[in-house]
Design a protein around this ligand. Structure first.
Ligand code: ATP
Length: 294
């Protein structure tokens, strides 16, 4: 990554990740007030194009270091694999994911991607390779084109339309008064929750990162929208290392591996079949949460 690209990337990464990032459930200002800004180490180097072998090695972290949320977490994800993080609220699933783009730095242990400690990579080059899909989608007042192209500034119309198709947005764009030139936001067309999520998915198709963090929506959408989004997300996860904070049974079942996170750490991991076959926390969680859903 040349020097000239860095400001652009930085703007992209900062706008995308800070106000609405994983940690963006809390507001931007909260975040800025409570957390020292993570900066590039003096010897940080731009990350190469990553394959996406992610390793958490003995990772310890607490918002208050005296009270760790994560203690000695070991987790390995192979390139292209999808893992579903499940577990009770407050166990630390979101926190675990927020360490990968370095919204916070670990206090013990380390996180590597392709064998490189992420603290040795420049933030911009790390974050440019991690796509975030979250419940709260950041859209600005502008055209559909501008909002989708936000995933990769300078994308051509053809690339934008291809991303839109893969995100199942093409029918919506075709129905809009001015297609890609249609204004959205306060003075334009208001998008529904499901449409906003598909905008976020289209952006990530354009961005084409090797690593994906997906914070699944907890709010219910209508069945048809839900199915379209699930299909688009499954396609998006193809060939990318994907960490899903999972709430949907279908996602959990189809993951390469399910990781059960509790306040005591990773309780167990395995496939849906493996875990259901044992009388462990997953089976209990499954019985408690998903009996009605399935
Ligand atoms: P959920 O499924 O409800 O999102 P989770 O498993 O993702 O839960 P986290 O959101 O990671 O859990 O929270 C883990 C713990 O860290 C909780 O006790 C939470 O209150 C605390 N926590 C999360 N974010 C912050 C923050 N920005 N500052 C201080 N404490 C936090």
């Amino acid at each position: 990554v040349g020097v000239f690209y860095r400001p652009l990337e930085k703007i992209n990464a900062v706008i995308e990740t800070y106000p609405k990032g994983i940690a963006g459930f809390r507001s931007y200002l909260d975040l800025m007030a409570t957390k020292p800004e993570i900066e590039d180490a003096l010897d940080a180097r731009p990350a190469p194009a990553l394959r996406g072998a992610v390793r958490f090695e003995g990772v310890t972290f607490g918002y208050d270091p005296a009270r760790p949320v994560l203690r000695g977490i070991d987790l390995a994800v192979e390139p292209g694999q999808t893992i579903a993080l499940v577990g009770p609220s407050g166990a630390g699933k979101t926190t675990l994911c927020s360490l990968l783009p370095r919204f916070y730095d670990v206090q013990g242990g380390r996180i590597t991607i392709d064998g490189i400690d992420i603290r040795h990579m420049t933030l911009a080059s790390l974050r440019a390779q991690i796509g975030l899909v979250q419940q709260d989608v950041f859209l600005f007042a502008g055209t559909m084109r501008e909002n989708i192209a936000y995933g990769r500034l300078g994308a051509s119309d053809e690339e934008i339309m291809q991303a839109a198709r893969r995100a199942r947005l093409d029918a919506l764009i075709a129905e809009m008064p001015a297609g890609l030139d249609t204004l959205i936001g306060e003075r334009g067309v208001k998008l529904s929750g499901g449409q906003k999520q598909r905008m976020a998915i289209a952006r990530i198709f354009l961005m084409n990162p090797p690593i994906l963090i997906l914070d699944e929506a907890t709010s219910a959408l209508d069945t048809e929208t839900e199915r379209a989004i699930q299909q688009a997300l499954a396609e998006l996860a193809q060939g990318r290392t994907t960490l899903v904070i999972a709430h949907r049974l279908a996602t959990i079942r189809d993951a390469d591996r399910i990781v059960v996170v509790t306040t005591d750490g990773i309780a167990e991991q395995g496939t849906h079949q493996d875990l259901l076959a044992r009388p462990g926390p997953y089976r209990r969680l499954h019985e408690a949460q998903f009996t009605e859903a399935s």
